[in-house]
Structure formats: structure tokens, C-alpha cells
Design a binder for this molecule. Sequence first.
Ligand SMILES: Cc1cc2nc3c(=O)[nH]c(=O)nc-3n(C[C@H](O)[C@H](O)[C@H](O)COP(=O)(O)O)c2cc1C
Ligand code: SF4
Length: 676
Amino acid sequence: MTAPASKLLQPITVGPLELKNRIMFPPLTTGYEERDGSIGERSLAFYERLARGGVSYIVIGDVAPVMTASPTPKLATDAQIPTFKALADTVHKHGAKVALQLFHPEYDVPGVGRMVMGSMAAAKAAQEAKAAGDEETFAAKMAESNEIRKQAYAKLHHDMQHFVNEASVEQLTQIKEAIAASAARAQQAGIDAIEVHGDRLVGSLCSAILNKRTDEYGGSFENRVRYALEVVAAIKEAAPQLMVEYKLPVIMENPDGTPRGKGGLQPDEACEFAKLLEGAGIDMIQVAQANHTGNMGDTIPPMGAMPYNWTLPVAERVKALVSVPVATVGRVVSVEAGEKILEDGSADIVAYGRSLMCDPDIALKAATGEPIRECLNCNKGCVDAIQNRQYISCVLNAENGDEATIAIKPGEGDKKIAVVGGGIAGLEAARVAAKRGYDVTVYEASDHLGGQIVLAAAPPRKDEIMRSVEYYEKILPGLGVKVELNHAASPADLNAADAAIVAVGAHDVVIPVPGADSDKVVSSWDVLAGKVELTGRVAVIGGGLVGTETAEYLLQHGCEVAIVEMLDKIAAGESETILPLIMSDFAEHNVEQHVKTRLTAITDEGVEAIRTTEDGAEEPVKIACDYVVMAVGSKANAFDLDGVTVPVTCVGDCSGERTADIASAIRTAYHAANEL
Ligand SMILES: Cc1cc2nc3c(=O)[nH]c(=O)nc-3n(C[C@H](O)[C@H](O)[C@H](O)COP(=O)(O)O)c2cc1C
Ligand code: SF4
């Protein structure tokens, strides 16, 4: 337990609203909404869970005022109002307030829409021709449909870069009117506030980098922010009862001094604009990071990419200039950090984005001092999910995304549970079993908890992943869980309990090629565990996640590195927000990347392999090196159940589910412990 928070829990008045505390959920596209953008059961359950966790203010991200093809919420027709009313009613039951973040995409929505409809009409005509046995017309109409669809994508791609400059004043006016109409519907639905999305189309217009217009919306600072202020005025007129706040995207600086993001304002202009926003009647300003580079990692940096809460210096400047409340967002991962921001007077409200996906009870726990489960900023279950057009499901929170159906069940009587293995799966199983009221003992053969997470934390930028283990170290004692380190569990230990959960992890494997038993061959796990120290030139076999991370670790330790990967891509499956960081590290250190290359032998000189060329031919490759590091995957460990008489469930890597996958470890453990 830590000291209960005091600042975060103080109420605050924002325009016409009384917020019960200073913890807000910033706009996060979730993928939970219905296909037409209405609020359905999954969304309702998620936002209700947040509200139940005590957050005072929830912003629904990227709500479009028009029917777009993008998978975001939409409040574009009156028919959708009831679903948003259900949202407002649900959130209000728990004393929270809710806002819609209204935005317009950076493309000609009706124009692209007409092309998509044209493509669909041609496809329909093709099917009708086929049914009538007219193969010639079928082929012609299908070709027409495909061509129009291709053109629609081409227009979309073009518009994303040029619509800001090509949109006519008439189009901009129509968009503004659509946003205002959506705000009016929100008011009708009982929604409390509108957040103007200052990025996207509005941010492109504000940006000196993107906006090249020569009319009244381009050129000078006053002209570039004109449209944003018109949008604010239109919303206020259409929905006069609502609180209206503004997400102010700021072009910050990368660690190497280059500008971060394009679609917003430089800090000095952002401060000027904040004063104009206050003059325009904005009730709150949320200072955030600008984007528009095509990399979501700009606004949502993965662990280690940017300092914690890197936009705070601009929030402080804005706060000194305006009298309305200022919110800060971006990599605030702890209650202590939020408290400090408020204590220092740097901002008035703290937005916890990914953190609330990971632990929706931040406000409740801030009140009791119970440790929160801190987000890793890994981006795997949230940003990657959205980029792959899936719904958000935090890797550490087994309930996230399924709040309506998954919750920890009450225990069934008194039970003793033995958990074998103190890796992340064993620890999650122990937590869930203890929360159900069971008497839990964790047996860990080594002298520390965390299992493979400790290895995963070794590469550059990855140490934040240890927060996942530290969470259990903080909470398990309070839940009465006994942890026995340096204790390899015996059948007697298991039999002394009523049931056992086995979470004994996995081991890494070696490709059995000639020379694989040579002294120069070492395991990536031993490298990351610091058991061996390598120097000179190293060939890493396997360019998956472990291989690339081991390569980065070796670079950091002064080695020269070559990677040998069978697939055609290095780091396949790595987050799109992390990949650019790895690739720039590799480019800086001249890492050789041998893709479509299969290891065949390890010799005194190095490794021999076969590369498949573009035309499918095979050619031999020789890579000279001092060491060969195997990073070619892992295999489930087996636990000897001889003599064990109590029911046993295997979870995590040893369960045969995907190995080296946190989400799978957490989920198998959670569900097994919930069924005991
Ligand atoms: C999955 C995901 C979706 C997001 N969608 C939006 C969005 O729709 N609109 C927006 O302005 N910001 C969006 N963001 C950015 C967040 O509002 C926030 O600025 C960012 O996550 C940094 O805060 P955090 O470190 O507390 O997560 C999104 C972030 C995530 C992780
Ligand atoms: S998936 Fe990772 S970054 Fe996303 S909310 Fe969960 S812990 Fe945080």
C-alpha cells in the first residue's frame, strides 16, 4: 500500500460541469463500436467499467459526424442518438461525465463514398449477370468494380496528404456544419461535453508544415487557426448546454532534436492559440502531442521511446497563460506521477489513456493506496490492435474488451492452491485465485520472480516491462499469497493443496545443424540473462522478436551483428510503433540483415546458409563471425506429474499455447484460476 492520493481526487469545475476528481480517460479509439459507428454492448460495458473504476471524465475518441468507412464511432444520423443516450445514462449512473471527441478525417468523405458505392453497384451488376449466365458482362462488371475500388483507395491516399490544401471553402463549410449537427445530437443524447479534435483535418489546417493554402485559411497563424475557431463557434452555437474542450496538438521535439509530428502547432504558436481558444469560450484545453506522420507511435510512444509525460512543459506554459483548466496526457503511468503533476501545479487534470485500459480502477485505488497495475506502454494489445483493425485488448488485463462477460468469480469454499512457477502466468494465476478468497502458495525454483520477463527487459528501451512483475511483488503480500523462492515444487507440495496451477514456462531451442554443438554457439536467453558476455562479430540466428531484441542488446554491448532470418522480413510481428526504432538502431550500427536465408552449418569461420533469391533460386551464403546466437524460438517445459493426485492445470508457455506471449500467459492463467 502507498499513501492515498489527495490531489488527484479533488473535484474540479470545468465550464458547466463538476468533475468529481482530476482523473480523465482521454480519447482512445477502441474498435468496440458497432459497424455503423453506434454505441453497442461492448462499448457500453467498457465505458461502464471505466466509470465504475471512479474516473471522472471519459472522452469517446474519434467520433465522426459523417458516415465514413473508417472503424470509429459515428454520430451522423438522428437514428444513432438513442445508442449515445444509453452511453450517457450508463456512465452517469456512476457519477462520471462523458464527452464525444468530434473529428473529421483528412479526406473527401462524400467523394470517396460515391466511388465505393459505384464499385459495389458494379459488383452487384456482375453477380446478377452471372446468375443470368452472362459471363461476358460478369467479367466486364467485375473489372469495372475492381477498377473503381482501386481508384477510391488511390483518392483516399492522395487526400490524406492533399485534402487540407484542396478542400474548397464550400467543403470546409459543409464539414463544419456536419460537426455542429453532430454536437447538437450529442446534446440531445444527454452527452456532457464535446472535445474538438485539434489534430486530423483541423490540425492539418493549423499546421505551418501541412497547410499550404493561399486563401483565408492558409498562410499566417491567424488564417491557419481560423477554421478551428470557426468549428468551436459552430459547436457552441449548436450545443450551448455542453462543456466544450479542445485537444491541442503540439509539435514537440524528438530526442534527436527533429520535430515530432506535423499536424498541429509549434509550442510558441500553441501557447498563442490557447489564449485565442479561451477567448472563444473553450472550457478546458488538453495539451497533447501532434501526429500526421503516419506513425501512431508519435502520439502514443512505446516504452523507452520518449520521456514520461513529455508534453508537460507545454502544458505548464499554457496553464500560465489561461484561466481555464488544462489537462495533460501522454505516458503518465503511475498514481505518484499524476499526484506530482498536480502538486507542482503543472496541470489541473491528468489523462490516463493506456493506463486505464490496463487498470480501470486507478481512481478507486488512488483513494485506498492500493497499487495499480501500471501500463507497460508496450502498444501490443492497444495500438497494434487498432492498426490491425481489431478491438483493443490490453495484454495485461484479461477482462479488457470483454467487460460484459469476464470478471473474477467468487471462490467456492476454502481451497488451498499451489502455483508452480513465478513467471507472469504463475503470478497472474496467484492473483486471481487469491482474489477469489483462496489460500495460495507460489513455488519458484529460482531466486527471483518474473521468469522470461526478466530476459525481455534486458534489451535497450525495454526495462519498463519489469513493471508487470513489480505489480505482483507489490500486491501479492496484501492478498495473503505466500511466495517460496528457491523452492522447486515437489508432488508433496502439490498434494498438500486442493488444486495446482503449473506455470513452468518454456526453454529455448537450437537448430540441429552440423556444428550446433560448437563452443561458439550460445543461447539468446543466456545472452539476455547476462550469463555470457560476447565480443566481436556475432551472427544472430532468427530475426523474430527475441532475435532482433538480442541483436539490439549486443549492439549496445559493442558487438558487430548480422541477423539470419528464414522469412522475408526481420521483426515480423513487432509493433509498427516500435519497428522504426529498431530499424534506425540497425541502420546506425550497420547490422547485416540476411532475410530468406536458412542456416545450414556452423563452422570455425562462422555460419553457412542458403539464401532464396527473388526468382526462387537458392545460393550459398557465408557469414564470418566469432559467435553464433540462437534465437529460433522456444518450446514448452514439461512438469513431472508422477505422484500428483490433485487436479492440475497448465497455464502460460507450458500450456502449449503461444510461447513468449504475455497476453496468452495472462489470459490462460486468469481463466484457469477463475475456474478453480
Ligand atoms: C489505441 C489508442 C487509440 C487512440 N485513439 C485516439 C483517438 O481516437 N483520438 C485521439 O485524439 N487520440 C487517440 N489516442 C491517443 C490518446 O488519446 C493519448 O494521447 C495517448 O494514448 C497518450 O496517452 P497515454 O500514454 O496515457 O496512453 C489513442 C491512443 C491509443 C493507445
Ligand atoms: S497493451 Fe501494453 S500499452 Fe496497451 S494498455 Fe496494455 S500494457 Fe499498456
